[in-house]
Design a protein around this ligand. Structure first.
Ligand code: ATP
Length: 358
């Protein structure tokens, strides 16, 4: 029997609630499938760990994680510690050294979910946002000097390398090519950012010659926000920088009903190191510990993980179970207009997987 090792890092806030739910669902999928087993180890890294040890994760965390087939992550962020410390100490401290450069964020209106856009149904909003995940505005290059003085300076330098830009654009082209519409929109702000983002445009011009079967267009990021709202049908696959795609994917999640639904894969396409799967939402401290977090983003991220591990039929069984629950609409979490707690949504998805609520 095939066996996959999964490192679970629930992290902060509602991370532990949605990852625990996701692990239950994953074990059910594996048991139903019968062809593979999941060996899961959970790591206590996050803000509680930081407050005890002065660091967000163990010193040998990366070496430990490299031994796993995939990482299943909750969230990083806690009001007791500044956000940039928790983000850079945990999530980015994993993504960047493991060079998980392709952040893939599907956004789709699931059956039965009414998004905020009038007359937009499931067939009208089906996107994948590809976010550059290793450099750009989040490269970590910059500094702060003369703290507290009138001449204080704070700088974050956006770093774009030819290898970094080329590999993410090629990844997005390949993904666009694999989808029925074969359509890719490049998003930049190359009118204002005339160095790095004109560079993105130039690389795109070269790369798109290798993909004559993929229809392409280009948008400035500000105009893109209005197009996503006013003409969602015109979009399919989207590629953008680390910052721009971060912002656009929160908008995309809201347009598909809730931040609580949306999944992410931080992919290491070369597969020499593990990829990491996580819901796109943050730690949602306002609802932590209440048992009402929507676990669907973490379930959908598990679907992406199963696909990446080479278990497409298990992935599609889980996606079908999620869609069964949203389509029926009688057991929905609060952020989707229902009143079901996390455990009940989880139980309903498990029941759908086991064919008990057909
Ligand atoms: P980050 O900066 O880490 O992305 P954030 O504080 O901007 O995080 P979230 O923590 O994602 O944002 O929360 C934004 C809002 O969405 C909050 O009101 C939160 O309660 C709600 N929310 C986020 N995730 C969920 C979820 N899974 N279920 C229900 N509500 C959620």
């Amino acid at each position: 029997m095939r066996e996959f090792t999964i490192a679970a890092i629930p992290g902060d806030g509602i991370g532990s609630e949605v990852i625990e739910a996701g692990l239950q669902v994953l074990q059910t999928v594996a048991a139903r499938d019968g062809g593979f087993k999941l060996r899961i180890e959970t790591f206590p890294w996050g803000t509680d760990y930081y407050l005890e040890h002065g660091k967000m994760m163990a010193d040998d965390a990366l070496d430990t994680l490299k031994r796993f087939d995939a990482i299943y992550f909750g969230s990083a962020g806690d009001p007791r510690v500044p956000d940039h410390i928790s983000l850079w100490g945990l999530r980015l401290a994993i993504c960047q050294p493991l060079d998980q450069y392709a952040n893939v964020r599907p956004a789709r209106l699931l059956p039965g979910i009414q998004g905020p856009l009038r007359d937009v149904g499931a067939d009208d909003l089906d996107w994948v946002i590809v976010r550059e995940n290793s450099e750009g505005e989040y490269a970590g290059v910059g500094g702060r000097v003369h703290t507290g003085l009138p001449e204080e300076v704070g700088m974050d330098v956006a770093v774009f390398t030819r290898s970094g830009v080329e590999r993410i654009q090629r990844f997005a082209m390949d993904l666009a090519r694999s989808r029925p519409r074969k359509k890719l929109t490049l998003v930049t702000k190359s009118n204002a950012q005339r160095h790095g983002l004109v560079f993105w445009d130039d690389v795109f011009e070269v790369i798109r010659k290798d993909y004559p079967d993929v229809e392409t267009d280009k948008m400035l990021v500000d105009a893109m926000t209005t197009r996503m709202v006013l003409d969602p049908r015109s979009l399919d696959t989207i590629v953008a920088t680390n910052l721009h795609a971060d912002v656009l994917s929160d908008l995309a999640a809201a347009l598909t009903g809730s931040l609580g639904i949306a999944p992410t894969a931080n992919l290491r396409p070369e597969r020499d190191w593990p990829s990491m799967f996580e819901p796109i939402h943050g730690s949602a401290f306002d609802i932590m510990g209440q048992g009402i977090a929507n676990p669907i983003g973490s379930f959908w991220s598990a679907v992406m993980m199963l696909d990446h591990l080479g278990e497409p039929s298990a992935a599609s069984a889980l996606m079908t179970a999620i869609e069964h629950v949203t389509a029926h609409g009688n057991v929905l979490p609060r952020d989707l207009g229902g009143n079901a707690p996390t455990v009940q949504v989880t139980e309903e998805v498990i029941a759908a997987l086991e064919g008990r609520n057909a």
